[in-house]
Design a protein around this ligand. Structure first.
Ligand code: PLP
Length: 388
């Protein structure tokens, strides 16, 4: 037994010491100069992370709040909306739009597979004039990375004025998502994921097209009103009392991210993903996402060997080695476990995880070759690193 807690979840993730220490600072006036100066620095860094020249707004909420904000600020009851669903979070986004009165159709991928542009094209060819398309960048529940760029191109070809609303809660900062270049209208991200701070903040980029939609949108909104956030940000504030400690942490995490550089960040996540996939495959384990082209840079879903339940496996892994991995969600709940590898991780963290994975499976009686995962991961370490 160990009382260590080594979290390898797809959020919350470990946080750098500098970010955690910053949270212990005394409170400041959120309507004062210090906060305004910090907010300006943070917004500049977020625009860098988003690769956008347009507005980025910060809300004190979790990722789901950001999804709700995107919907209520851009749509009206009765609007036609197309939800692209490749897992539980795609379903949630569609459900939020439905809850506020949108007429939502869905294009659904088999769990473990992405929504591909051809599926979107086939639906849009039917000619429904959708006001918005809901896209999931990184579908955390299945560990799919959807091809957002290619999907956006198809949407723009058929519906030049439709809004593209993107759930990048767990994806932004793990693989390239150049928001302006892809002409994405509202892109949501969560601070407890690749931004390496404790939960409590979420972000939304807002394109000029989305601001035009905002002017006409009739869904009820108050706390999440984008206009209030824009106006208050312009004077160095947030409309409501923000999670000030989280802002302190965010500033520190963003400093580290900027020092690392976007390409290096994407390459690191690409490598971490490849180490976990190589290690799991070497143990004969089946991955939820078999096709490497669509493998998430943030999380990897894995089926344990026959006869070993994911819940028992996770319990033993934590009790013996302190590693905390996630279970499955939705229909995959009793079938898989998920290893998070987004945020403040490096290759050594993955080697430790794989060693514990091997040892736990061996302890539980699985027939695996000891050392196989580590050997495969070390081989993967020697491969050239490619960003995407
Ligand atoms: N969307 C995606 C893709 C996520 O991974 C998550 C959380 O894991 C959410 C939305 C919801 O975020 P939260 O749990 O912060 O509300």
């Amino acid at each position: 037994m160990t009382d260590q807690m080594r979290i390898m979840l797809p959020g919350p993730t470990p946080c750098p010491d500098a970010s955690l220490r910053a949270m212990a600072r005394p409170m400041i006036n959120h309507r004062g100069k210090e906060f305004a100066a910090m907010l300006a620095r943070i917004l500049a860094d977020l625009k860098w992370a988003y690769q956008t020249e347009h507005d980025v707004l910060i809300m004190t909420t979790s990722g789901t709040g950001a999804l709700e904000a995107a919907v209520v600020n851009t749509l009206s009851p009765g609007d036609r909306v197309l939800g692209l669903v490749s897992g539980e979070f795609g379903k949630r986004f569609a459900k939020i739009a439905e809850t506020y009165g949108a007429q939502v159709d869905t294009v659904e991928a088999v769990y473990g597979e992405p929504v591909i542009p051809e599926m979107v094209e086939a639906r849009l060819k039917e000619g429904t004039p959708y006001q918005a398309v809901l896209v999931t960048h990184n579908e955390t529940s299945t560990s799919i990375l959807n091809p957002v760029g290619a999907i956006a191109q198809v949407i723009r070809r058929h519906l030049p004025d439709a809004l593209i609303l993107v759930d990048a809660v767990s994806g932004l900062g793990t693989s390239a998502l150049p928001v302006d270049e892809l002409d994405l209208d509202v892109v949501l991200a969560g601070a407890q994921k690749a931004f390496m701070i404790p939960p409590g903040l979420a972000f939304a980029s807002v394109s000029p097209r989305a601001w035009r939609a905002f002017e006409k949108a009739k869904m009820p909104r108050f706390y999440f009103d984008f206009g209030k956030h824009r106006d208050f940000h312009a004077k160095g504030q947030t409309p409501w009392t923000p999670a000030i400690s989280q802002f302190f942490a965010l500033e520190e995490s963003l400093k580290l991210l900027r020092a690392e550089g976007l390409e290096a960040i994407y390459q690191r996540h690409d490598q971490l993903m490849r180490l976990i996939r190589a290690g799991a495959r070497a143990l004969g384990l089946k991955l939820v996402v078999e096709d490497d082209r669509y493998a998430s840079r943030a999380v990897t879903g894995i089926f344990p060997p026959e006869g070993i339940s994911p819940a028992e496996f996770r319990k033993t892994l934590q009790a013996r080695f302190g590693y905390v991995v996630a279970g499955g969600q939705g229909p995959l709940t009793d079938h898989i476990f998920r290893i998070g590898h987004l945020g403040y991780y490096d290759a050594a963290d993955m080697l430790g995880m794989l060693a514990a994975l091997e040892a736990t499976l061996a302890l539980m009686g699985a027939r695996i070759q000891p050392g196989a995962a580590i050997a495969a991961a070390e081989a993967a370490l020697r491969e050239p690193v490619a960003a995407r």
